[in-house]
Design a binder for this molecule. Sequence first.
Ligand SMILES: Cc1cc2nc3c(=O)[nH]c(=O)nc-3n(C[C@H](O)[C@H](O)[C@H](O)COP(=O)(O)OP(=O)(O)OC[C@H]3O[C@@H](n4cnc5c(N)ncnc54)[C@H](O)[C@@H]3O)c2cc1C
Length: 383
Amino acid sequence: MTHETAVLKAREIAGSVLAPSAEQNDTAGRFSSEAVQSLGQSGLLGLMLPADLGGAGLGPRTFAEVTATLAEADASVAMVYLMHILGTATISAARPSAAQTVTPILEEIAAGRHLSTLAFSEAGSRSHFWAPISRAHRNGDGVLISAKKSWVTSAGHAQSYVVSALAPEGTGPTDSTLYLVAAGTRGLSVAGPWDGLGLRANASAPVVLNDCPVPSDFQLTDDGAGFPAMLNVVLPLFNLGTAAVALGLCRAAVTGTTSHLKNAKFEHLGQSLGESLPTLRAQLATMQIETDGLAARIDDLVDHLEKPRETTMLRVLEGKAAAGEVSISVTSAAMRVCGGAAFSKHLSIERLFRDAHAGAVMAPTGDVLREFIGKSLLGIPLF
Ligand SMILES: Cc1cc2nc3c(=O)[nH]c(=O)nc-3n(C[C@H](O)[C@H](O)[C@H](O)COP(=O)(O)OP(=O)(O)OC[C@H]3O[C@@H](n4cnc5c(N)ncnc54)[C@H](O)[C@@H]3O)c2cc1C
């Protein structure tokens, strides 16, 4: 698979599987298993895995474009995909002693038969995912984990969860370890429904672990090395992926608004809305400018990830913070420009508007990212 064929496959799936059911799935809060199946069959679930495991061996550029393409049709599915790619990257980066256990799982992912996700956020530490309240306890060779994970995308649908917990002997709030917990593990259960304002079709429900036994070969990082894995493996791709979801939402808002301005008529004037009102044309133009600005920012972030340099972490932090604002701004403008038609849900604009708000809530939130950027500019330690 090349970059071009991967994006083409994403476009085909977006058009044939995602777009036709996005509206109904959003209304019903229904997780799209068909979408995951199509992504698996097309090879996109193994997008970033190396070829010797059956993966496509592609990088952040393709990941961003595929995610944005999916989000343009259905941001809920794009978020499921994003969390899967992150789960997969974390499993793939497992310490050498877990290699024998994780290799067949990575092969299953590449074959499109395994969906993974991250279970970091906890009810106790809220958006501060880097500081789990839960602690793993020694249990023979392995550990027992009890935790209240507050939001887990694909909860009840994923085959595995990458779970954080404080290391058994950890002394500080970030001394965490990452573990791979299979969906059927004793003590793991989905603890409630998912009924969010946006991203309603991605099953981001709470998950409870109650004395879940995790054998030592399912321990992905060394004891206490969960935090560096969160920062180095998860954060760059998560921020890039959420920025790509934001871009897809912006593109869909521009397309939807353009179509409305062309097709809705002032019959008494014999003109379309777009022909009649320069204010609407100006707002549409602003939406386009902001969308293209976000695309350029994502290109720059990809370049920084492909060729790491001193400014890479700054770009990673900026990327998600900026994308969250842009997607809220562009979809809010779309709501205003499309007026009553958007407000009364005759267009998909209001779904885009609701979905866009999730990005700013997801940790690291826009506020936290600003805190990190400000502190790092001033030379103040982040944690
Ligand atoms: C759709 C969706 C899917 C999700 N999927 C997952 C998932 O798969 N896995 C997972 O682990 N988590 C997931 N999450 C959880 C998410 O990452 C956050 O942990 C969660 O949204 C916490 O929200 P909160 O409002 O309770 O946080 P709070 O910490 O209560 O934040 C409340 C407010 O305080 C602000 N704030 C907090 N700390 C600071 C600070 N230091 N400086 C400045 N402002 C601050 C925040 O920006 C926010 O505005 C998901 C969330 C959503 C919405």
